[in-house]
Design a binder for this molecule. Sequence first.
Ligand code: ATP
Length: 312
Amino acid sequence: MSTHGELEVVAVEGLTKRYGRRTVVDDVDLHLTAGSITGLIGPNGAGKTTIMSMLLGLVRPSAGRGTILGHDLSRPADYLPDVGALIEGPAFFGNLSGRGNLEYFARLGGHDRSGIPAVLDLVGLQGREGDSFSSYSLGMKQRLGIGAALLSNPKLVILDEPTNGVDPAGMRDIRAMVRRIAADGRTVLISSHLLAELEHICDRVIVLDQGGLRYSGSLTELPASRPEVILLRGSGQSDDEALHRMLSTQGLTVERRAEGFAVDVGEIDPAQLAGRINRNAAESGIHLVELHHQKQSLEDRVLDLVGTGSRS
Ligand code: ATP
């Protein structure tokens, strides 16, 4: 159980993987509550696949302890029947239909074939289930792969970069599908190297870089690494000079940038500050051609946490 009394489907601490002298996952804690969607975000080589592989018993952790679905991490066979995963691109028969492929995998896995229509519904392939796999878009192929992982009706679903290479419309379909999967009470762990692909669906994110945990928590609490500013510009050089004098005499922190003056918002309400500056400028006869509130985007906050280079 978590400190909030929610059931923890994954409660793992100190997860570590070393290859020789190289540590590729370093002391990572993972806490996933039932029914939540958690995004694992990090650049190439950050350790996302290795973490997922350790949870799935495909890679043996060098250190780490905890439970998955109440079973010990060191005994994957005990919890894997309730886990569905897409970790590499799905391998399907191109000449079989989507439904035909799911029937094949249901037989192979000993799952009840009567669940297939519900799975097709969940992954949004109803109406296209009779078409051959080779005619599917990449996004549809990924969704069918996730469908195969859902045949066992798992409680925990682990998806490694399912949006990789998928176009924006395909990504939107995958996001909608992930929401449906979690709405049924399943817990989802999904990775991406781009926050923007996941930010609208995740309850929490785990940001990784070079195997280390950089942030774990809700997106709303993701720390800003640069101050919020009001950005403004006068209509010409003399307006700009007057503007600079006016802002400085008001005791505001002002930075001159290529795109104009950046006034540090600090603890002040940004809308109030912008209104005040606008009024004062008008009273001083300064003509503003630009005045807007610039907040650091979530993507920029993550990029500042991880740097931008890939390291695979
Ligand atoms: P990507 O977005 O590229 O998939 P990732 O975040 O999933 O990256 P991992 O695939 O987990 O990263 O790899 C993390 C690091 O571990 C990389 O530097 C990788 O080269 C290294 N690594 C992974 N598997 C092995 C292995 N079997 N032997 C040695 N190093 C490995």
